[in-house]
Ligand binder design. Structure first.
Ligand SMILES: *[C@@H]1O[C@H](CO)[C@@H](O)[C@H](O)[C@H]1NC(C)=O
Length: 987
């Protein structure tokens, strides 16, 4: 708003009022620009394959034209090879497709199908294209890091029926792949029951290479009428060439030098009602059907990383990142597929009445979920997971694509961002204001305006005069700075970065093989090609402290716009016929592009100086399977609207079960000005995002937590303090994600896989394995929320210990100042209660343990701690405790969660020494037994302590709860070391 000075008269006020009124009238409807993005019908290969599916469904005699040639089948060392033949209706010509089915030690099966002719490079490209001739087969090179050990035990079945080949694999040979020869299809069974079917509906379609021939106009003899069925068959035979060759959209033409080359397959999950995964979409956790009908989508889910700002809620439209991993869930079983393909991909989801025998063993729903996967190019490469638990799926997917990197501890605290803090003085001022208002924060961020004319690796000399001094002020409170660096490099004079990029020839090329030039924030730009190892080496050099002057060890990096976003490109990205290192078309690698970039930045930060030992932090907008190894993500440019707050929860839950749990949404909403209520509620929800950052668009009003004033500032501060208090819980959850692939925030189905009523619940979240259950308020004016409890354990209000019990819905009061958070009985929750300015200052603070008893008066929990900064934890330098409360003996114990043994290294010793004074200062027992009513002391025993300190009595207070409130007890200062073994006897 303009400021009114003393001399402003009524005239000015009138003008301002008019201006304000006009603004209200002309605020453009903020909504995604649909016309910029393709529908399935506008994407030739998607349209063709949907037609193919329609034709197959409408043709009674439909048979998939793919067969396995039995003579070609070989099986050796856990791998089956065969040739699949695709029969062309015309002339019965056959296309050879080499098939490999690999049975992995983990019980996962991998199926690949390629095209023999393309493998040999025996094709000609149109338009003198410089592209490679093979189908793209390197997605695994970027996405996979392990889990590929082939099973020793996999074996061909000796009792195979005619026309089938069967392989037993997996632990105890519980898994079986039944490969049908004609038509080709595979059923994956567990314990004799089919869980996943390939090509059941006959939609396998590998569009083989063919030359473009100019056909004479079609002639039809008089009186000869084609039946509908014949027309359909003809379509399927590939007669409709209208979308085969050069394709135009939004004024750009894709030259498609290889012609049509899609790969599509139907995958059915028999007896499964729910499918989850395939982020990123602004949609509910349980995926909807996509072929129209009541409340369903009519477009398939799309995966084509794009800059879809102001995106729309409840939509299968593509967003910034892609993880083609889907899991199907029913009571007693979770299975899934990972479609390893980096090209544009569409996925149709249909729920059909179950074809399964209703008398079959096992609990099944009466629904089959049928999916149809359609990718524009590349080989077929699919992993099949047979569970049977959701934990098996996240672990096995993590074995393949890597687990979440262990972040530095500051990275899971609060981040303060805006486009833009305008000067270094502004940054320092915000920093001081947080302190003045006693609001904790760890990281302040700079968007693109800090640079000199959007030239990355420079500072604007007028506004960021002394970045060093700024960084040092932040460091005084152990705070960090994150600056943005994007992949587009300004194409201008007197900018050494672009000169080197050009000279060293490290940019993405256009279809003619020249360095591609497009438009982004800086205007004319070129894009670093991180598929090129030389580009990564060069990139690493740019971040060295003596190269990127003004950065300090507490500077970290934000990679935005890496889909890549190209303002003047088709669908706001690069032309698909652009060419990357190795000769691959952009079409083939598009969804991988963002990951190669943020991974290069990760490597750069890991090597800024010789002997750098600290973990990098990089935030990325674009991602793919594997991104979790080197970045955090956020859900991009959302809106300051209640619907966007609501949608953030299922989106972040979905990231968690899809292997990339370090996720968050812009708190407050990026575009627009949130009401104070919305801002407050958003903070109260944002404290449950694994990645927790407030961010705002350049056109919005300032909204740092101290801005809204009473009572909002105080309420937001309370929320932030709760996040900081629970940082030990968050860090322990990250450790679990890092070692097992478990999500950091978890949906109901993941925690209660047997609870059918809760499978689709996606508006409340469990934090790690702690039993903390949060239900953020996402509705304007709400004063209560309904929390869904899946079991009949007692649940207690986090703040006042009000007890809720009984499976079903419970109403929890939630006036503005209240954050709905329950503790499930049976857990021990580690906290740090002392308010500090930043997480770094809490490093040696004492702990509080909250012991929440279950129905049997028992509880257990874990705490993981390390230095929060270096990689020493890899050498065993950490504290990992297991706490248990034995309900029968009333004894609380702390033991090592993992045996130290061989890992007792010098680094561990040093770490334990540094933590030797850190103690437990409080133990709270929630749901304390009535029998303790008159108890006043407990006996504490600590191992390794001095003789005199080994056994001592410590005071305990018992508090009788009133009304629905639980009884609770508190032991103040038992003085036991956090890294030690000890017992507290309450008996
Ligand atoms: C990421 O970087 C590592 C080296 O730190 C490299 O081995 C890996 O291939 C890279 N992955 C991607 C996806 O770029």
């Amino acid at each position: 708003m303009l400021q009114l000075r003393g001399d402003s008269g009524p005239r000015w006020i009138a003008v301002l009022l008019l201006w304000a009124a006009l603004c209200c009238l002309f605020v453009p409807a903020v909504t995604v620009k649909h016309e910029n993005f393709k529908t399935c019908d506008q994407s030739g290969f998607c349209k063709r394959n949907r037609q193919f599916a329609d034709a197959a469904a409408a043709t009674s005699s439909w048979a998939s034209p793919y067969t396995v040639d039995p003579a070609t089948i070989t099986f050796k060392d856990g791998e089956l090879h065969a040739t699949v033949l695709k029969t062309l209706q015309i002339g019965q010509e056959k296309v050879e497709l080499p098939l490999t089915v690999t049975f992995l030690d983990s019980g996962v099966a991998r199926v690949t199908l390629d095209e023999a002719r393309r493998l040999k490079g025996d094709i000609t490209l149109r338009h003198d294209s410089k592209a490679r001739k093979e189908r793209y087969n390197e997605a695994g090179k970027w996405a996979l890091v392990g889990g590929l050990k082939v099973a020793d035990g996999a074996a061909l079945s000796e009792t195979a029926d005619e026309g089938y080949t069967k392989v037993f694999y997996g632990e105890g040979s519980k898994h079986q792949a039944v490969i049908r020869h004609a038509p080709f299809g595979i059923e994956f069974q567990r314990d004799g029951e089919t869980q996943v079917k390939f090509n059941e509906r006959g939609l396998l379609n590998l569009e083989h290479w063919r030359p473009k021939t100019e056909k004479p106009a079609e002639e039809k003899r008089e009186g000869e009428e084609e039946t509908k069925e014949e027309e359909k068959k003809e379509e399927i035979a590939g007669e409709d060439e209208s979308t085969w060759w050069d394709e135009s959209f939004g004024g750009a033409t894709d030259s498609k030098p290889r012609g049509p080359e899609a790969i599509a397959l139907d995958i059915t999950f028999p007896g499964y009602d729910h499918v989850f995964g395939i982020p990123e979409h602004a949609t509910g956790l349980s995926l909807k059907t996509t072929r129209g009908g009541d409340g369903a989508y009519s477009e398939p889910y799309r995966l084509y990383n794009a800059d879809v700002f102001e995106y729309e809620m409840d939509s299968p439209m593509t967003l910034y990142g892609a993880i083609p991993f889907m899991q199907a869930h029913r009571k007693g079983s979770t299975v899934g597929v990972f479609w390893l393909n980096a090209a544009e991909t569409w996925i149709d989801v249909v729920k059909a009445k179950s074809s399964a025998n209703p008398l079959a063993l096992g609990v099944k729903s009466h629904t089959d979920t049928q999916t149809h996967w359609i990718s524009e190019s590349g080989q077929l490469d699919v992993f099949v997971f047979l569970g049977p638990t959701p934990q098996d799926l996240t672990r096995q997917y993590g074995e393949l694509t890597g687990y979440t990197a262990m972040p530095q501890s500051f990275a899971i605290a609060y981040h303060q961002c805006r486009w833009n803090y305008v000067t270094d003085e502004d940054v320092k001022d915000v920093d001081r204001k947080f302190d003045k208002h006693k609001i904790p924060y760890d990281v302040i961020w700079l968007d693109i305006e800090y640079t000199q004319e959007k030239k990355y690796f420079t500072w604007d000399p007028l506004t960021f005069v002394n970045p060093d001094k700024m960084g040092k002020q932040l460091d005084k409170s152990d705070r960090k700075l994150v600056v943005i660096i994007d992949p587009h490099i300004k194409n201008t004079d007197n900018y050494p970065v672009i000169d080197e990029l050009k000279k060293k020839d490290l940019a993405v090329k256009n279809k003619e093989g020249n360095q591609y030039e497009g438009w982004c924030w800086p205007g004319s730009s070129m894009w670093i090609d991180c598929f090129n190892p030389a580009a990564i080496s060069w990139w690493k050099g740019l971040f060295k402290y003596d190269s990127f002057k003004g950065t300090l060890p507490n500077t970290f990096i934000w990679n935005d716009m890496n889909e890549p976003s190209v303002f003047n490109g088709p669908e706001t990205t690069m032309p698909k016929d652009n060419i990357h290192f190795g000769g691959w078309e952009h079409r083939d690698v598009h969804n991988l592009n963002g990951m190669t970039f943020h991974n290069a930045t990760y490597q750069a930060i890991a090597e800024r100086k010789k002997g750098e030992l600290r973990r990098p932090f990089v935030l990325t907008r674009s991602f793919y399977s594997g991104s979790q190894r080197s970045a955090a993500m956020w859900t991009g440019d959302n809106l300051a609207e209640w619907s966007h707050l609501e949608a953030s929860l299922p989106m972040i839950l979905n990231q968690g079960i899809s292997g990339f749990p370090f996720a968050g949404a812009d708190v407050g909403g990026f575009f627009g000005n949130p009401s104070k209520e919305l801002l407050t509620r958003w903070y109260q929800a944002g404290i449950y995002y694994p990645f927790f950052r407030g961010h705002a668009h350049i056109d919005t009003r300032r909204r740092e937590p101290y801005i809204p004033g009473a009572p909002y500032t105080e309420i937001i501060t309370q929320a932030l303090r709760l996040r900081y208090q629970l940082l030990p819980v968050w860090y322990t959850a990250f450790r679990e994600a890092h070692t097992t692939g478990a999500p950091i925030v978890r949906p109901n189905f993941y925690v209660h896989p047997e609870d059918e009523r809760g499978f689709a619940v996606d508006d409340q979240l469990y934090i790690g394995s702690t039993g903390l259950l949060a239900k953020p308020v996402t509705k304007e004016g709400a004063t209560s929320v309904d929390v869904y409890l899946a079991d009949d354990q007692p649940y207690y209000d986090y703040f006042d210990y009000t007890r809720y019990q009984g499976a079903g819905t419970h109403t929890v009061s939630a006036p503005l100042e209240k954050i709905p958070l329950l503790m499930q009985g049976g857990h021990i929750i580690p906290r740090r209660d002392r308010p500090r300015r930043s997480s770094g200052l809490m490093k040696f603070d004492p702990f509080t343990l909250v012991v929440v008893l279950d129905k049997e008066n028992a509880a257990k929990g874990e705490l993981y701690l390390d230095d929060g900064e270096t990689f020493d934890y890899e050498a065993g330098a950490y504290i990992h405790r297991r706490f248990a409360f034995d309900g029968k003996r009333s004894i609380l114990t702390s033991t090592n969660a993992v045996p130290l043994g061989a890992k007792f290294t010098a680094k561990l010793e040093a770490y334990l020494k540094s933590m030797s004074k850190v103690r437990v200062e409080k133990v709270i027992i929630v749901g304390a037994p009535k029998a303790w009513k008159d108890k006043t002391e407990v006996v504490v025993m600590e191992e390794g302590a001095k003789e005199s300190a080994r056994r001592k009595t410590v005071a305990m207070e018992f508090h009788a709860g009133s009304g629905k409130q639980a009884d609770w007890a508190i032991v103040r200062d038992p003085k036991v070391g956090i890294g030690r073994g000890w017992k507290i006897d309450f008996s």
